[in-house]
Design a protein around this ligand. Sequence first.
Ligand SMILES: NC(=O)c1ccc[n+]([C@@H]2O[C@H](COP(=O)([O-])OP(=O)(O)OC[C@H]3O[C@@H](n4cnc5c(N)ncnc54)[C@H](OP(=O)(O)O)[C@@H]3O)[C@@H](O)[C@H]2O)c1
Length: 315
Amino acid sequence: MFAPVVPRVEFSNGYSMPMFGLGTYLSVSGEVEKAVKYAIDIGYRHIDTAFYYKNEKEVGDAIREKIKDNTVKREDIFVTTKLWNTAHAEDKVVSACRKSLENLGLEYMDLYLIHWPIAFQDNEDLMPVDSTGLLMFSDTDYLETWKGMEECVRQGLTRSIGVSNFNSHQITRIMEMATIKPVNNQVEVTVNLNQVPLIEFCKKYGITVTGYSPLGRPGNRRGVANSLDSSEILAISEKYKKTPAQIACRYVYQQGAAPIPKSVTPSRIKENIDIFDFELTSEEMKTIEMAGSGVRMGSFPDAKDHRYYPFAIPF
Ligand SMILES: NC(=O)c1ccc[n+]([C@@H]2O[C@H](COP(=O)([O-])OP(=O)(O)OC[C@H]3O[C@@H](n4cnc5c(N)ncnc54)[C@H](OP(=O)(O)O)[C@@H]3O)[C@@H](O)[C@H]2O)c1
């Protein structure tokens, strides 16, 4: 029987997270529930969603159904969701967290992340724009947001809290004021963007890293070449009899980040997690690193003028 053994990483607060999960960004209603159920059936124990993805309800339905049919217990499943940019004011965070829990239909989430360090005006529209089409930013400091995140832990809504798309400077600011420390930073980690300096930095602070877009978003590349087709990846793929997607996920995992590839295709959901029976050598890791283009897929260019845009410094 197919039963991948996924290692776990321990958080600084004693909880732990499976080092591989299912992404759900752009997994739409009608597809995502089936995908999550199938993933749990074949051994996924870590599911990533966000308020912004507008699929928390279907993700939660799938998880609850798998608990109900005794495939898993609640404590076997690690569920992450994220606070969106329109709810950064300290007094909005707890109600946003409660809304996500209500969508999921769960009593607690395992990990609640600030999705971006960037705040927008509080608005029904999740990407509020003014009459000239520019995003309506808010100056709310994410340190204020963090106080609301800590309150979510105190109220038992989430076991752990963390950040996403935060750079080293932003993490330092949080660490200096936090009463409850962030346990995780979710950032893009791919064969093109290995994030070695940021991962090392996070490690020093006891912060684990989740790697998003580990496949480099093959279906949505906006003209950027797909490095899963590079000769280096193809040669390594041939050696291990693994697909380029599996090599990419294994690379992210060996880099020290938990890959969370998104798929709604059963064969790919199964393929992607099947990476725990081989190991890339340090030379192969280096070869992939050297071939990487440095291109960031999730650069959020419309937010580049925000005072807390995270990608204006090297890491
Ligand atoms: N924190 C953040 O700001 C942030 C940003 C981006 C993403 N994320 C999280 O990270 C997850 C993954 O990132 P992502 O969705 O951007 O990109 P990704 O996982 O790198 O790529 C997803 C795309 O790859 C396809 N795919 C999946 N497995 C494949 C395989 N084995 N071979 C070929 N193609 C395959 C999927 O298609 P099918 O579904 O059709 O199979 C989908 O089009 C997201 O879903 C989300 O949960 C977080």
